[in-house]
Design a protein around this ligand. Structure first.
Ligand SMILES: [Zn+2]
Length: 116
């Protein structure tokens, strides 16, 4: 048994549910103890691919950073959201933007808006 193998199912053939379940599994693994940085990098890459596949199937764009216009955000558990473009971290004065990002994330994870 090795835990260093990341499953390589073809993204195109996966349903939204499968994509989301694998994405959630990887998020859990990254939060937990990872044996090596190499493994973490592989997981992060797979997580990014799963996310872009889910994102490409959903008709929603992430909100843009008001500092640099970048549309990519990251967040560690319990920390502030951070712009992947310029590193700006969002605080209480950015509450509207934070809500928009949360809405975007939730929509992608849900596989689209609920029968809007
Ligand atoms: Zn930015």
């Amino acid at each position: 048994m090795t835990d260093s193998e990341v499953p390589k199912q073809e993204l195109e053939e996966m349903t939204h549910k499968e994509l989301r379940e694998e994405w959630e599994e990887i998020v859990e693994q990254i939060r937990g103890n990872i044996p090596s940085d190499t493994h973490r990098d592989k997981l992060s890459e797979r997580r990014r691919k799963l996310w872009s596949k889910m994102d490409s199937r959903v008709d929603i764009e992430p909100p843009a950073c008001h500092e640099c216009g970048h549309k990519s955000w990251s967040q560690q558990m319990g920390d502030a959201k951070i712009c992947s473009g310029c590193g700006t971290s969002l605080g209480s004065e950015d509450i509207d933007l934070i809500k928009d990002i949360d809405n975007y994330w939730e929509t992608v994870l849900a596989g689209g808006k609920a029968n809007a």
